[in-house]
Design a protein around this ligand. Structure first.
Ligand code: UDP
Length: 328
C-alpha cells in the first residue's frame, strides 16, 4: 500500500514507519522536524519505497499533493508532551487543531482511510478508574495551560467523528504513555526518558510530588500494533480506541525500577509540581485505560511487560545518551 505518515520522524511515528517498511509498503513521511529527528528515519532514506518531506501539516498545498497519492494515512504529527504545551501553548494549539483539520479535509476530499492519533490526556483529571472510551472528560480552567492539549485533541476527535458520520473510514487511537527506543533523551514530555537519562548520568531521579501518581506505560511496539489494527480492520472505522497497557505503575515504583535496571546509584529526590511546571499546574493522579474495546474489536493487547520494555529502552539509551545531553 501507499501510506502517508504525518509526524513519521517522531518517536511513535518512526517506530510505526519501521513496522510498515518491514511489511513492504511504500511510505511517505511528512514531518517539520520540530520534535522529530532525521536520525529516527535515516536508515530508510536510501530505499525506493521511502519518501521524506520536510514540511508542516499546516501547509495545505503540500498536504494535498501527498494525500492524493496514498491509500491510507496515519496522522501522528502533533505538538505532544505536557512541557511543550505549557511552554508554547499557541504553537501547540495551532498545530494540533488546524493541522488535523487540514489532514482530515484532504482525506475527505480524496477519500483516504485515516487514523488520528489522540491521547489519554483527553480524559483530563478524571478520577474514574478505568477510563472507558465513553467516559466523561474532566478538565480544569482555560488558565491552566495543560488542558489546552486535551481540548485540542478533543477537537481533533470531533472532526474525525464528524467525517466518519459522512462515511469517511476514520478511526481514533488514544495513546497511554508510550515509551521505548527513540524517546527524546532530553526527556521533554516523558518521565521514562528523564529517569533513564538521569540514572545513566548519575543525576538524581526527579520524582514529582509524592510519586504515588500512576500511569500505564505502554511499550511502543504495542502502541504501533494497536495503531495498525485500528487503521486496517474494517470494524474499526468510525470508532475510538484506548491503546495502552492496563498495568498501573506509580512514578516512585518506576524510579526504583529504572535505577535497578540501569545499575545506577542515583538518589531519588522529590520535587514539588510548581517547581517543575510553574504555579498554575494541575496533575492527573491516576490514568488507567479500560482496554475492553481494543481487545474485542481490534484483538489488541499490550503484551510487553514493563520490565522487558524498560530493559530494551535502557539498552537504546545506553548507546544514544552521551555525556553531553542533560535533562532540563
Ligand atoms: N514526572 C515525574 N518526574 C519527572 C517527569 C514527570 O515525577 O521528571 C511525573 C509527572 O508528574 C506525571 C508522570 O511522571 O505524574 C508522567 O509524566 P509524563 O510527562 O511522562 O506524562 P503525562 O503527565 O503526560 O502522563
Amino acid at each position: 500500500m501507499r501510506i502517508l505518515v504525518t509526524g513519521g520522524a517522531g518517536f511513535i511515528g518512526s517506530n510505526l514507519v519501521d513496522y510498515l517498511m518491514a511489511q513492504g509498503h511504500e511510505i511517505t513521511v511528512i514531518d517539520n522536524l520540530s520534535v522529530g529527528k532525521v536520525s529516527n528515519i535515516e536508515h530508510h532514506l536510501g530505499s525506493e519505497r521511502f519518501h521524506f518531506v520536510n514540511d508542516s501539516i499546516l501547509n495545505l498545498g503540500t498536504l494535498e499533493r501527498l494525500v492524493r497519492q496514498v491509500e491510507l494515512i496515519y496522522h501522528l504529527a502533533a505538538v505532544v508532551g505536557v512541557k511543550y504545551v505549557v511552554d508554547d501553548p499557541l504553537g501547540a494549539i495551532v498545530t494540533n487543531v488546524r493541522g488535523t483539520e487540514n489532514v482530515l479535509e484532504m482525506a475527505f476530499k480524496y477519500w483516504v482511510r485515516t487514523v488520528i492519533a489522540s491521547s489519554s490526556e483527553i480524559y483530563g483529571k478524571s478520577t474514574q478508574v478505568p477510563l472507558r472510551e465513553d467516559s466523561d472528560r474532566v478538565l480544569g480552567p482555560t488558565t491552566v495551560g495543560r488542558w489546552s492539549y486535551s481540548d485540542a485533541k478533543a477537537i481533533d476527535e470531533y472532526f474525525a467523528l464528524a467525517y466518519a458520520r459522512k462515511g469517511l473510514p476514520v478511526s481514533v487511537v488514544r495513546y497511554f504513555n508510550a515509551y521505548g527506543p527513540r524517546l527524546d533523551p532530553k526527556g521533554y514530555g516523558s518521565v521514562i526518558a528523564r529517569f533513564i537519562t538521569q540514572a545513566l548520568q548519575g543525576q538524581p531521579l526527579t520524582v514529582y510530588d509524592d510519586g504515588r501518581q500512576t500511569r500505564c506505560f505502554t511499550y511502543v511496539a504495542d502502541t504501533v500494533e494497536g495503531t495498525v489494527r485500528a487503521a486496517t480492520l474494517r470494524e474499526a472505522a468510525g470508532q475510538v480506541f484506548n491503546i495502552g497497557s492496563d498495568r498501573e505503575t506509580s512514578i516512585l515504583e518506576l524510579a526504583r525500577l529504572v535505577r535497578e535496571l540501569t545499575g545506577s546509584s542515583s538518589e531519588i529526590v522529590h520535587v514539588p509540581y510548581e517547581q517543575a511546571y510553574g504555579p498554575a499546574f494541575e496533575e492527573t493522579r491516576r490514568r488507567v485505560p479500560d482496554v475492553t474495546r481494543a481487545r474485542e474489536v481490534l484483538g489488541f493487547e499490550a503484551r510487553t511487560t514493563l520490565e522487558e520494555g524498560l530493559r530494551r529502552t535502557v539498552e537504546w539509551f545506553q548507546v544514544t545518551v552521551t555525556s553531553k545531553s542533560t535533562v532540563t
